[in-house]
Design a protein around this ligand. Structure first.
Ligand code: SER
Length: 884
């Protein structure tokens, strides 16, 4: 019989070939950075196969086997305390995508464990999901395992999911009994140290949602198994823990050497040595796969484990860069199986060293303060949120670490208080930001000044080229100079030279990309925090950028060209405005962007439309003539002699740059410009207005933006012409004609209304409904008309027919309209129109005004019209009765 595998290399190979012989495709480990967006890091062998299990993607093979790099954050706090948990570990796996199921999976597992690994069946136990009779039957009847070795457990232990929405299912685990040296439990159910889980077999047949509810069955039944390589090695090598096998022990030994502390000399130093071993391995693998320390997501996970390792190295009394050295030891130990470690060795060293040395300083000061605070507390006390916050805010001491150190003394931290302080700080930061606008803080300015002194001005190559190679001389964030910036971070990057145009003279800063050997960032803006210094505001999107690295800088050419067109157009418009309006026109400011330009200038009145039209015409004639645009440098005096225009708000040195457009415009300008005027394309002024006394602003577009605008204007024009049934060139005529027709129709309507009102008034005045009480003539009358119709009629009743009070009411347009008019005489007698109408208006669901002579009211209640009119009549009669 061939001997059982022993070392990791042998275990991996034996596993893969065992399953290969059984029709499985050997698949390489996927990256620790998963494609699956629901996970931060790859946590299991099945992660790369998830779409196959869900049936979302057709699997190119029905069976697969792999050795997967895994990282689990769930156990971070346990690392070091137990002898079998890791953040990073290797997982041996075999998978079926709708192919074989339970029977084969369990039988093969047994075969591999007992025949390949040659573990004695007496030492093996299995667990199954409490409802899974089928698994029990297979283990007992087909495999031949004794009933008492099969333990049923509930959902918490034997139902596996990814911790996120996705495939899930009951599982069966294989345990190995390490003997009574490790514990006295009777079975895996009560002792998971002595009985160590070595293999988990999941029967993936269900689907769960985000809230961990099982929501259905998968379209197919899958198998997903995972065995922790280090645990298997521990058993096969007879090691006491997973930290003492051939993929970990050399690192642990190196940790002992560097710290001078022996393993197994004390419980607490053992924890630290184990933490160092695990975190160093994990850091090396994470960095090799492209994770960099940062304050977000997986970058934060890496930062956290590096910092935790640094603290444990310190606890052991070590001074040097222990974590860095151990990460490099990892490259030695595992670089054969994982060539990416070797390939990225330099990067691993650099990232670890940067983060480690940076944090060592923070740690020393922070710990000192924390110690002082803890001295005053005893176990069971709570460390105030304010202290935790101050440690975080002033000393950059991570809250995780504060929690951990406090916990070691039996002290809890006031999480709520800490969060409240954090929230308050965020609020203050927001306020400060608002107050400060986009300006650079004093602190940041200091850093920039220092860089300018040290490295001199940034050379600008962007007049000639849009791509360049340069060196990163500084990375700055919040006034702090950094060694590096990782994914997700937004920082200022300074280079020795740059093709990026920094915002100046109204022209917006360039955007684009910066790439280095280790990372990529998008440039969101380019500015001059100081006159001669260019700063790229970037968001790191891949990997990390480091100080002193060579970088490839690429300007977004499309945006730059659009901006450039607008800049030259600004010069042309400036010239044209002076031609048309006079030389008193002086530039007072401008904005030159990819999509538009804005030009502010001095002028004493509104620019008339025909003047604007002239300006546009002149500008476009210059563009079409396509004369060259040239730039040259000269002395300030010479430029002045040449009549070059210089403007408000711009700073100029002794040597100035002159932009000469054709033979007509010369301006001092540092901006980017086209080489021939034709490139500007059409120039369109979109608006003109006042922005202050004697200050005007025009907005204009050129190039693509102008073409786009003209095309959409033309669509609008032809659309309108079609609607009005006119040829586009006859549109104005047609509109004038329609306006005239409309006016005539309105006059006619008014005339008709008046005639109608007088007819209605005559009819009402001669009706029997006009009453006379005590010499007061009044009428209440039902008339269906518009509110205006009622009003005109009522006024006529008063003015032409001598009626003192008329109340008219009727329905029009689905609403009740009511009008009351009182003569002067009636008002004097106490019969005010508003008062008379108030009650009736309420009845129809509305109100009325306060005018004593004329009240208009109404409401939606059409069925109440009759009673409203009756009420009006009663009101008049009652008032008359009480009148003198
Ligand atoms: N996905 C399961 C686990 O991680 C089996 O591989 O335990």
């Amino acid at each position: 019989m061939t001997p059982s595998p022993r070392f990791a290399d042998e275990i991996r190979e034996a596993w893969l070939s065992f399953f290969e012989e059984r029709g499985h495709k050997r698949v390489a480990s996927s990256s620790l950075i998963p494609h699956d967006k629901s996970l931060l890091l790859t946590t299991a062998g099945m992660v790369q196969f998830k779409p196959f299990m869900l049936g979302e993607e057709k699997a190119p093979y029905r069976r697969a086997t792999s050795v997967q790099k895994c990282f689990r954050t769930t156990d971070i706090d346990r690392i070091g305390i137990t002898d079998r948990h890791f953040t990073f570990f290797e997982m041996l796996g075999n998978f079926s995508f709708g192919d074989y199921f339970k029977r084969e999976a369990l039988q093969w597992a047994w075969e591999l464990v007992t025949e390949v690994w040659q573990l004695h069946p007496d030492r093996l136990w299995v667990t199954i999901f409490e409802e899974d009779d089928e698994a029990e039957q297979i283990w007992h009847e087909l495999v031949g395992l004794k009933q008492e070795r099969i333990i049923r457990r509930g959902k918490a232990d034997n139902f596996w999911d990814m911790g996120a929405a996705g495939p899930c299912g009951p599982c069966s685990e294989i345990y190995y009994d390490r003997g009574d040296k490790f514990g006295s439990g009777a079975s895996p159910a009560d002792d998971e140290t002595r009985y160590v889980e070595i293999w988990n077999l999941v029967f993936m047949e269900f689907l769960r949602d985000d809230a961990a509810n099982v929501v259905g069955e998968l379209p197919q039944k899958n198998i997903d198994t995972g065995a922790g390589l280090e645990r298997v090695a521990m058993v096969l090598q007879g090691a006491d823990s997973v930290f003492e096998v051939d993929t970990t022990l050399p690192i642990l030994k190196e940790a002992q050497r560097l710290t001078g502390v022996r393993y197994r000399s004390s419980e607490s130093s053992d924890v630290s040595l184990r933490v160092l071993t695990d975190h160093a391995r994990a850091s090396a693998f994470l960095i090799a796969d492209g994770v960099f320390p940062s304050n977000e997501e997986r970058g934060y996970v890496l930062r956290r484990i590096i910092r935790r390792a640094v603290r444990h190295a310190r606890l052991l009394g070590a001074e040097g860069d222990v974590l860095t050295a151990l990460a490099l030891a990892t490259v030695e130990v595992l670089g054969g199986a994982y060539p990416e470690l070797k390939k990225q060795a330099a990067l691993i060293e650099r990232v670890c060293r940067t983060e480690e040395s940076r944090f060592k300083d923070t740690l020393a000061t922070g710990l000192e303060h924390l110690e002082q605070a803890l001295e005053r507390l005893s176990p069971g006390d709570v460390l105030s949120g304010e202290v935790v916050f101050r440690l975080h805010d002033t000393y950059g001491f991570p809250v995780d670490l504060t929690r951990e150190v406090a916990q070691e003394r039996g002290v809890a931290i006031d999480e709520e208080g800490f969060n409240a302080h954090m929230a308050e700080q965020r609020r203050r930061a927001r306020q400060a930001k608002r107050a400060q606008g986009s300006g650079v803080s004093e602190e940041a300015l200091g850093v920039f000044k220092e860089h300018l002194d040290r490295f001199g001005p940034t050379a600008f190559s962007g007049y000639e080229r849009l791509e360049d190679r340069a060196k990163i001389v500084a990375i700055v964030r919040d006034g702090e100079s950094l060694e590096m910036a990782g994914v997700g971070e937004v920082v200022e990057v300074l280079t020795d030279k740059t093709p990026f145009y920094g915002e100046a003279g109204g022209q917006v800063g360039d955007v684009g990309r910066i790439a280095t050997e280790t990372g990529e960032a998008s440039v969101i803006d380019t500015t001059h925090p100081l006159f001669e210094l260019t700063s790229h505001r970037v968001r790191v999107e891949k990997g990390a950028l480091f100080r002193d690295q060579g970088a490839h800088l690429v300007v977004d050419a499309v945006k730059r060209l659009r901006t450039t067109r607008h800049h030259t157009a600004t010069h042309v418009l400036h010239w044209a405005l002076r031609e048309v309006l006079g030389t008193h026109v002086k530039q007072a400011g401008s904005l030159v962007a990819p999509d538009r330009l804005r030009f502010d200038f001095s002028h004493f009145e509104q620019v008339r439309p025909e003047e604007l039209f002239q300006v546009e015409q002149l500008a476009n004639s210059k563009v079409i003539a396509d004369q060259p645009v040239i730039t040259f440098e000269t002395t300030k005096d010479e430029a002045e002699r040449l009549g070059a225009l210089a403007f408000f708000g711009d700073k100029y040195g002794e040597i100035v740059r002159v932009v000469q457009a054709g033979d007509f415009s010369r301006e001092l300008c540092g901006g980017t410009h086209v080489h021939a005027l034709g490139e500007v394309g059409p120039v369109l002024v979109l608006s003109e207005g006042s922005i202050g006394s004697n200050l005007r602003r025009i907005e204009a577009v050129s190039g693509e933006a102008a073409v786009k605008r003209m095309l959409s204007d033309r669509r609008l024009l032809s659309g309108s012409a079609a609607t009005l049934k006119a040829a586009p060139e006859k549109l104005m005529e047609r509109v004038d004609q329609l306006l005239a027709e409309l006016k005539a129709a309105q006059t006619e309507t008014r005339r008709m209304r008046e005639r109608l009102a007088s007819q209605q008034a005559a009819t009402i005045a001669s009706s029997t409904q006009v009453s006379d009480v005590k010499g007061v003539r009044f009428v209440v009358y039902h008339l269906d008309d518009t509110a205006e119709g009622l009003r005109d009629t009522a006024l006529r009743l008063r003015d032409s027919h001598g009626i003192d009070i008329s109340v008219l009411g009727g329905v029009h347009g689905g609403r009740v309209h009511l009008v009351a008019v009182s003569s002067k005489r009636a008002v004097e007698a106490g019969l005010q129109a508003a008062q008379i109408l108030a009650g009736p208006a309420r009845l129809v669901g509305g109100g009325t005004g306060k005018n004593p002579e004329l009240a208009v009211g109404g409401g939606p209640n059409t069925s109440a019209l009759g009673s409203a009119l009756d009420a009006a009549r009663k009101e008049i009669l009652d008032s008359l009765k009480s009148a003198r």
